[in-house]
Design a protein around this ligand. Sequence first.
Ligand code: ADE
Length: 278
Amino acid sequence: MQQRHVFRNGLYVLLLIIFTFYFLGRGTKEGVDIAILGAFPEETAWIKSQTENLHSVEKMGIKFLLGKLEGKHIAIVETSIGKVNAAMTTTLLLEHFLPQYVIFTGVAGGLNPDLLPGDIVIGERTVQHDLGDFTPQGIIPKGMRNPLTSIRNPVYFAADSLLLTAAQAAAAKVDFEPIETSAGKRYPAIIYGTITTGDAFIAFIDKKQELRDLHHAEAVEMEGAAVAQICYQHGYPLLVIRCLSDNSDENAEVDFEKFYEVAARNANRLVLEIVKGL
Ligand code: ADE
């Protein structure tokens, strides 16, 4: 009788140990200091080349590269193009890698007529230009409800103030590559302002003007405000940095091909300097 009790209690203890290890193992998270996102490979290629001990971890088919940059643990991931892809990858990133800071780096189309390909926009805020009520007067921007709180999101997502301050300090120190233009070599101008996001590549001067008027945005791209919405809803600090590859006009596709690689590298150079300062 006594022996059967000992055996049964032993079995319970063993099962408890197995379950504890199983659930602890399932819940293991690898936290990083900084997450760096880009939409397509060239948007993070240069920063990858500067990162040590790169190794990859897959989560639901998405490859996250982990490594060390300037002594900090980082995760680099490609979101793929568009708001839905960006939201999906950002959610996986936050869930599995709990970053202290999130930085999106990439290229964009210019909306401010004073800017040229190669210039850099540091996003003080991001906004989705295709989210809201579509009326005869055009689109009336509207934030959607945060599913975690049922509270309506703001139309504009503000950048994290610490990251913005770090970017300001970093911008003065970066050794940018010049862009070759028909008028000669040009170094990037850096401005701070609104970046607008939507699910379309803008290559039409009338639409460019409309987006400029709607949000007084400096640049347009296809992921930033989607990443911002996910970060906002889950309370993660974000900064979006974009270097212009084109002017969002009828020449946009030709300019994009000409300038996207150097534009992506210069956005990455600024990110490296920010990471140094954090
Ligand atoms: N990314 C780079 N150029 C762009 C453009 N013209 N429109 C939207 N996203 C872009």
